[in-house]
Design a protein. Structure first.
Length: 315
């Protein structure tokens, strides 16, 4: 069976996507050869009247309890730092990345997921109230204790990532070896506000690409890869930030390649990301079987050189 090089995004599982549908999608993903599951301890507090988060991890935990033999095959990726923990408005009331916050967060995630280890653990968003050395030491200790296999950093500026990696190296601690940021084939106008993006530093930039290309131990995961359905759904038009000539040209290139290969725009975008340089692991959220099947087909698609060249060179 061809490799499935994307992570199943489970942000809506247990809230917007009901538990029964979520469990079925997890079954189908695993049975098709999928192994990467991405979640976060805060998912999805904004969809729940109680505002507590943890629903996605709970559903995944239920699924693993039903199919325990799959635990060793699945690569569990979850995050800490953004879950609401007290009164007030988010993000001011988020848990942050202090040593005590990370200890509580990892214990909660392990409990909800019903596992004794996490394969990849992310710093979900910045916390400049916690010293970098404190966060780096706490994350490194989780790896040293065997609770976490690998560390990642999401929605942080490159200079903070590099500083944290240098602190970890200098002290002999495990450091970040993965970045998770927003990226897709279409790009918004530089400086244009994007209403569905709350993270200031949550974008793949030329600097990020150069950084990942230059560091052999760093890998890149990307979210909102399919722009929340805007490539394919008339009811989800592109945001105003994408209204510029580059979008028109890139959509034309995308449609040309999709037409010649007989596949969808979404499948081309996933193939472009996975086969690019540096290669990216797209995180793809799905809410039904049809979306999952399309994503699986896109992840297995290999673009001919001439089609990749057209996509790459269209600006």
């Amino acid at each position: 069976m061809p490799e499935v090089n994307f992570a199943l995004g489970t942000m809506g599982f247990g809230t917007k996507v009901d538990a029964a549908t979520s469990l079925n999608l997890l079954d189908r993903f695993a049975d098709a050869g999928g192994t990467l599951i991405d979640t976060a301890n805060c998912y999805a507090f904004w969809n729940d009247p109680s505002g507590r988060g943890g629903h996605s991890e709970e559903v995944i935990g239920q699924w693993l309890a039903r199919r325990p033999s799959l635990r060793d095959q699945m690569y569990l990726s979850t995050k800490a730092g953004a879950q609401p923990v007290g009164p007030g408005d988010w993000p001011a009331n988020r848990e942050g990345l202090s040593a005590s916050a990370l200890k509580a967060a990892v214990e909660g995630s392990l409990r909800r997921l019903g596992t004794d280890r996490l394969d990849l653990y992310w710093a979900h968003m910045e916390d400049r109230t916690a010293p970098l050395v404190e966060s780096a030491e706490a994350f490194g200790a989780l790896v040293a204790e065997g609770i976490v296999g690998r560390l990642g950093c999401s929605n942080h500026p490159v200079w903070r990532v590099e500083r944290a990696r240098q602190i970890a190296t200098a002290n002999g601690w495990a450091g970040y070896t993965a970045l998770q940021l927003r990226h897709s084939y279409l790009q918004p106008r530089p400086g244009a506000p994007v209403p569905d993006q709350s993270h200031r530093f949550g974008w793949v930039t030329d600097e990020v690409v150069d950084y990942v290309d230059s560091e052999p131990d760093l890998s890149l995961w990307v979210y909102t890869a399919l722009l929340n359905g805007s490539y394919s759904r008339p009811d989800r038009p592109l945001l105003d930030a994408y209204d510029h000539p580059g979008t028109t040209r890139r959509l034309a290139a995308l449609d040309k390649v999709a037409g010649e290969l007989g596949v969808s725009r979404n499948q081309i975008v996933l193939a472009w990301l996975i086969g690019g340089s540096p290669a990216a692991t797209p995180i793809v959220g799905v809410s039904n079987q049809e979306q999952l099947a399309e994503a699986l087909a896109g992840a297995r698609l290999r673009l001919p050189a001439e089609h990749r060249r057209l996509l790459d060179e269209t600006a």
